[in-house]
Design a protein around this ligand. Structure first.
Ligand code: GLA
Length: 344
């Protein structure tokens, strides 16, 4: 029997570098994603093909050894599923995707989630709850791929819903769909052209800075810090903490703005988020600034870097009738991860 699973990439509307600080995010799943197909074969060996790369891997499912790149996702997912009590079955697995890799649209979480769903279905196992699955996929990224990413991308892929963004509270793991009625306005992304490698970028340094700020303030996470507490930290930790506090507030303001259909306000919030990511969190780079400037010059109501930063994509909001620059990719909120074929 053939099993096929799809998981989407995501755009985070607002709430950046808040997920690993127990904060708030407002992502939506996009149409582009990763499809994983598994067919029966040798039950003990998983043979995996990455179609876009023309590469192959094969390993004993009982004991996957560490590997690098896309292979780390496949082996790590098999291993973490087994550890969680869902031992996978061998067979032939193919991966195909259309999310630009390293472009800040979370091709990696799409890959991880699609792999987990496909391998579970291939083994005839019901998928665990979506929060548990998100955590499992995140362990694969943390422990097998070596990227200390948070839960934003996996939750966005798993909870995505057509015509909606989702408000994520990373402390309570509360997920609330928020209607994203654009009424003729358009959201687009522009690739800055700078590829970011999660593991090697300044992302881990920012996480370490947030942890240092928490240690100094004696709190478990930056969610517990107020403006006065943030202001008392030494530089640059004061700037990092202030970004996180104000970005959480911007998520709430964005949810409220969407509720009343106030898209000009959403645009202003995107601009404010970008300014904070550039000046306080310092995750922008010249190519990203060029892309933001191009989008603003074309009349964007708001534009900001999305994802971890240090390259990747810029998101912009255009009012009806305004023309995004050439090369901009329109993004609309689509459904979340799902089985396309086969399964129990
Ligand atoms: C990357 C990570 C996410 C999140 C964002 C920043 O996309 O994978 O977990 O931390 O950066 O908001």
């Amino acid at each position: 029997m053939t099993v096929r699973a799809f998981a989407p990439g995501r755009v985070n509307l607002i709430g950046e570098h808040t997920d690993y600080n127990d904060g708030l995010c407002l992502p939506f799943a996009i149409a582009a994603g990763v499809t994983v197909t598994v067919e029966a074969g040798d039950d003990a060996v998983l043979t995996a093909r990455a179609l876009d790369l023309g590469e192959e891997d094969a390993f004993g499912v009982a004991e996957p050894a560490p590997a690098a790149g896309w292979r780390a996702f496949v082996r790590g997912t098999a291993a973490e599923l087994a550890r969680a009590g869902h031992p996978p079955r061998g067979g032939t697995l193919t991966i195909a995707g259309d999310v630009p890799r390293g472009g800040g649209l979370s091709s990696s979480a799409a890959l991880g989630v699609a792999l987990a769903l496909a391998l579970l279905a291939h083994a005839g196992r019901p998928a665990p709850g979506r929060r548990e699955l998100a955590r499992l996929c995140s362990r694969v990224e943390n422990d097998w791929v070596g990227a200390r990413s948070g839960l934003l991308d996996q939750l966005a892929a798993l909870f995505g819903r057509e015509d909606h963004a989702v408000r994520l509270d990373l402390r309570s793991l509360d997920v609330a769909p928020v209607p994203l009625r654009l009424g003729g306005w358009r959201l687009v992304t522009v690739d800055s052209g700078v590829r970011r490698d999660h593991a090697a970028s300044g992302y881990n340094e920012r996480r370490a800075e947030c942890e240092a700020a928490c240690r100094m303030l004696g709190v478990g996470s930056l969610r517990d810090v107020d403006a006065a507490g943030a202001a008392g930290l030494p530089a640059p930790l004061d700037r990092r903490a202030r970004h996180v506090l104000e970005e959480n507030e911007r998520v709430e303001r964005a949810v409220a703005a969407l509720g009343r259909g106030d898209l000009p306000e959403l645009g202003r919030l995107l601009d404010a988020s970008h300014a904070s990511l550039r000046d306080l969190y310092e995750v922008s780079v010249p190519a990203v600034e060029d892309a933001v400037a191009r989008l603003k010059a074309a009349g964007a109501a708001g534009a900001r870097v999305v994802g971890g930063g240090f390259g990747g994509s810029v998101l912009a909001l255009f009012e009806p009738g305004a023309a995004p620059p050439a090369g901009a990719l329109e993004v609309t909120p689509g459904p979340g991860a799902r089985l396309l074929e086969g399964g129990a």
